[in-house]
Design a protein around this ligand. Structure first.
Ligand SMILES: Cc1cc2nc3c(=O)[nH]c(=O)nc-3n(C[C@H](O)[C@H](O)[C@H](O)COP(=O)(O)O)c2cc1C
Length: 174
């Protein structure tokens, strides 16, 4: 496949919140991080770390730490994204970049994925305690990872589809 088509296909893959009962091998997780670690970041700070969680009871606890994080409990694995608590404005931008690469690599490896936002900040602190994090790292997001199951049905609170290119892109004229 042409590189452009490949990027288009991987990027457009919808979020997956339903998984079959099949573990995600450690080698697959390692492969994902091996790719994601090459992301650029502001001042090359690499303000990210990752914790793979596959212990069911821990996934259930994490799933209660965000209003829309329930899918973490149904996934065989969650990759918790740790942001450096360094006060730099660009840290969460860097985390967004690296999480997109994780998602693309996971998709290319046949996995489905969905982000979960851990919030409010009191829940981020609870997640940090649950994961026994060293100080200086904040778990703001986690990514459910697993082999896709039957897509969920029923009404969705959020829309699918995307704005058109013409709605998104305009030209600045002198
Ligand atoms: C920053 C960010 C946070 C997100 N947080 C959640 C979340 O907490 N729970 C959830 O189910 N999906 C979450 N998502 C997934 C979005 O809902 C999803 O990307 C969007 O609805 C488009 O879905 P689609 O690709 O299936 O059309 C998040 C996505 C992003 C980029």
């Amino acid at each position: 496949m042409e590189a452009l088509d490949l990027i288009r296909t991987l990027t457009a893959r919808p979020a997956v919140r339903s998984f079959i009962d099949r573990p995600v091998p450690m080698e697959v997780l390692t492969q994902i991080i091996e790719i994601a670690r090459w992301n650029g970041s502001a001042r090359n700070r690499q303000p990210w770390r990752f914790i793979a969680v596959s212990y069911k009871e821990r996934l259930e606890k994490l799933s209660a730490l965000g209003a829309y994080a329930q899918h973490l409990a149904t996934a065989p694995c969650a990759l918790v994204l740790l942001s450096a608590d360094n006060g730099f404005q660009d840290t969460e931008f860097d985390l967004g970049k690296v999480s997109q690469t994780v998602t693309l690599a996971a998709t290319a490896l046949g996995l489905g994925s969905c982000l979960a936002t851990i919030y409010p900040e009191s829940n981020v602190t609870k997640a940090a305690t649950l994961l026994r994090l060293e100080s200086g790292w904040r778990p703001h997001y986690a990514i459910s990872l697993g082999y896709p199951g039957v897509p969920l049905t029923g009404t969705r609170a959020i829309t699918t589809g995307r704005l058109s290119t013409s709605e998104l892109l305009s030209t600045h004229r002198p």
